[in-house]
Design a protein around this ligand. Structure first.
Ligand code: UT7
Length: 317
């Protein structure tokens, strides 16, 4: 069995930033409410010509450059998104075309905010079993396209962006464990109710925020315990928490559960909002590029989202 190691990271945000003050002109909200309840200051929103695939391309190019990989070195592309450019080809195939890669497997994964954890976990299985040696794993979203911009309870929360990493077969330990879960019983708490088959149009995000919040905090607490137990690790063995960025209060609750000071938690929700499947790889790239995360450190990535889906990846960077 091969081990799988992260060898490059990249990210991309749309040019246009939308502040909380900008949203005060759209809906009955305030910078104070958004900041206090969510920890968000601004989010980036795509303009004409920017799509999930175009954001993914820039993030992927950065990750490949850091890993020193050319297009012909990539033998697997997995892209997590809830906001694909088209019904088909998959956004992974559109990305493959943009990168000039031919022939390798490429597919999308849909697990909403847990999508990147699902994608990374799947890529790791391909590498461990020898089915791939150099995978591009991407989380990319244009959530702004499925947000109801008249609904203050959701429109202040989400943003667009993409993050990517290169995962390579290695003899050094990299991904230490992955844990994936879902429970489809909670559709009524968080969903986009439309789709091709039932309405021929997607519709917009609907969320019972307070109930989702409570489920997220307890479920993420459980996934932390599950991950530590499976690896026989203590809380103090984790160097960095890289959580899904939905709400600073959910992130603080998970950090508290781990007994971690916030200085060991990568927080980007203030700058990016909730970018769903893109939020973890975006946060990872920020902390790798600013020098906080160093080789050999132990990273816990975790997410909770629509489905409900939830999961974790424990990795030695
Ligand atoms: O990423 C996938 C998973 N998603 C999440 O994890 C999101 C989880 N949920 C949350 O982050 C929080 O529940 C929210 C940020 C969505 C909401 O915060 P909350 O503290 O749970 O507020 P609430 O929904 O209980 O609403 C409190 C009040 C309500 O007014 P009343 O009924 O008390 O008069 C809302 O109408 O805040 C009001 N409100 C707002 N006020 C100003 C809701 N949205 C806004 C807004 N601006 N944007």
């Amino acid at each position: 069995m091969n081990l799988a190691r992260i060898t490059g990271t990249g990210s991309c945000l749309p040019q246009r930033a939308v502040t909380n003050q900008d949203l005060e002109d759209l809906v009955d909200t305030s910078d104070d409410w958004i900041w206090e309840r969510t920890g968000i200051r601004k989010r980036h929103i795509v303009s004409a010509g920017e799509t999930t695939a175009s954001l993914a391309e820039q993030a992927a190019c950065q990750a490949m450059q850091m890993a020193g990989k050319r297009p012909q070195d990539i033998d697997l592309i997995i892209l997590a998104t809830t906001t694909p450019d088209q019904v088909f080809p998959s956004t992974a195939c559109l990305l493959q075309q943009r990168l000039g890669i031919h022939g390798c497997a490429a597919f999308d994964i849909q697990a909403v905010c847990t999508g990147f954890i699902y994608a990374l976990s799947t890529a790791e299985k391909f590498i461990r079993t020898g089915s791939a040696r150099c995978a591009l794993v991407v989380g990319a979203e244009t959530l702004s396209k499925i947000v109801d911009w008249t609904d203050r309870t959701t429109c202040v929360l989400f943003g667009d962006g993409a993050g990517a990493l290169v995962l390579e077969a290695s003899e050094e330990s990299g991904i230490l464990s992955t844990h994936l879960h879902a429970d489809g019983a909670y559709e009524n708490l968080l969903r986009v109710p439309g789709g091709i088959s039932n309405r021929e149009a997607s519709g917009y995000i609907e969320m019972r925020g307070n109930e989702v919040f409570r489920m997220a905090v307890t479920t993420l607490g459980r996934i932390v315990d599950e991950t530590l137990e499976a690896n026989q690790l203590h809380k103090s063995d984790i160097d960095w928490l890289i959580p899904h960025q939905a709400n600073i209060r959910i992130i603080q609750a998970t950090a508290k559960k781990l007994g971690m000071g916030m200085e060991r938690v990568v927080v980007t929700v203030d700058q990016h909002g909730n970018t769903s499947a893109a939020s973890i790889p975006l946060a990872l790239d920020v902390a790798v590029r600013d020098g906080r995360i160093q080789r050999g450190e132990t990273l816990l990535m975790e997410a909770f989202g629509g489905g409900f889906t939830w999961g974790s990846v424990l990795a030695k960077f």
